[in-house]
Write a protein that binds this ligand. Structure first.
Ligand SMILES: Nc1nc2c(ncn2[C@@H]2O[C@H](COP(=O)(O)OP(=O)(O)OP(=O)(O)O)[C@@H](O)[C@H]2O)c(=O)[nH]1
Ligand SMILES: [Zn+2]
Length: 197
């Protein structure tokens, strides 16, 4: 889901470039200065890159890589790095997602799980909805016996500005199916907190 230069939508790039020029001017900068001359266009492309998740179909990503398999133990993919933008300030929040599911006759290609994380992270988000979007997408598409999502993230809007707390980490989680059971949930939480590599 990584855009290449050719794939930037020209009309969108032009519109965003004009707007970024105004923003930069509004901030008191000289938009004709050499170092800044191309910045509106760079920013327009950067923002399109960071929100490319709107164009992707996470259901298709999962559906195209599902295989019949009788394995019915927990599958855990942990420490998936993620970068998103908070919808309130459009500043980054970033951290890790830990995801598990228990198959119900079908497994999914492992790389597709981080891909689904990226599809939802590369949009304007709040951490709670990001967690929920990933959870529901895997639950509805793979229809496993259970699915669990934990996200730990730091929000630049709480670090660089506003309350200016550098060390707070926000954790959100969601559980479906078998993970509603305390033993299953505990096994997952133990696996994601272990240092086993
Ligand atoms: N629940 C939730 N809140 C978020 C997330 N990202 C940013 N926020 C918060 O969104 C809130 C917006 O609050 P407002 O009072 O409207 O905005 P603000 O005046 O800029 O708030 P401060 O950040 O406290 O200065 C802030 O409390 C942010 O910390 C998120 O992913 N989830
Ligand atoms: Zn914010």
């Amino acid at each position: 889901m990584y855009r290449f230069f050719e794939e930037y939508n020209e009309e969108v790039t032009e519109g965003l470039t004009d707007n970024f020029k105004q923003i930069i001017h509004g901030l008191g900068e000289d938009t004709s200065r050499e170092g800044i001359l191309k910045t509106p266009e760079r920013a327009a492309k950067a923002m399109q890159f960071l929100t490319q998740g709107y164009d992707a179909d996470p259901v298709k990503i999962l559906n195209d890589a599902m295989f019949n398999e009788s394995y019915d133990e927990m599958v855990v993919v942990k420490d998936i790095e993620l970068y998103s933008l908070c919808e309130h300030h459009m500043l980054p929040f970033f951290g890790k997602a830990h995801i598990a599911y228990i198959p119900n006759g079908k497994i999914v290609g492992l790389s597709k799980i981080p891909r689904v994380v990226d599809v939802f992270a590369r949009r304007l988000q709040v951490q709670e909805r990001l967690t929920h979007d990933i959870l529901e997408c895997i639950n509805n598409t793979l229809q496993p016996q259970g699915v669990a999502v934990v996200i730990e993230a730091q929000h630049m809007c709480m670090m660089m500005r506003g309350v200016q707390k550098q060390n707070s980490v926000t954790t959100t989680s969601g559980f479906r199916g078998q993970f509603k059971k305390i033993e299953t949930r505990n096994e997952f939480l133990k696996l994601i907190s272990s240092d086993l590599k």
